[in-house]
Design a protein. Structure first.
Length: 100
């Protein structure tokens, strides 16, 4: 499994637009081959912070997302309203179990 965690900030006034953009792309990202999860979180402590958690079957699937129209569209909207450089942490992970 491949996991990517993206953290970025916008001005507080721009955060709703950023969240809308990510929400608008969610279904397309979720439908991509290898996508396991795409979750967007607005910080409860800071009205400028957003975190996106991606789970993918493998790094190749994530690379497909990075080359997608969905990623490009989000970049066009999000990059201009980011107040600093985004930070993306990427992990190879082994699923031990799923507990329901």
């Amino acid at each position: 499994m491949f996991i990517a965690i993206l953290d970025f900030s916008t001005a507080a006034v721009d955060r709703p637009a950023a969240l809308i953009q990510l929400d608008n792309e969610r279904d397309q990202v979720r439908a991509m081959p290898g996508n396991v999860a795409f979750r967007v979180f607005a910080s409860r402590e800071d009205d400028t912070r957003i975190t996106v958690v991606h789970e993918w079957d493998d790094q190749a699937s994530f690379a497909g997302y990075l080359g997608s129209d969905s990623f490009a569209r989000s970049g066009t909207v999000l990059r201009p309203i980011m107040t600093g450089a985004p930070v993306s942490r990427r992990f190879h992970a082994e699923l031990l179990e799923t507990v329901a």
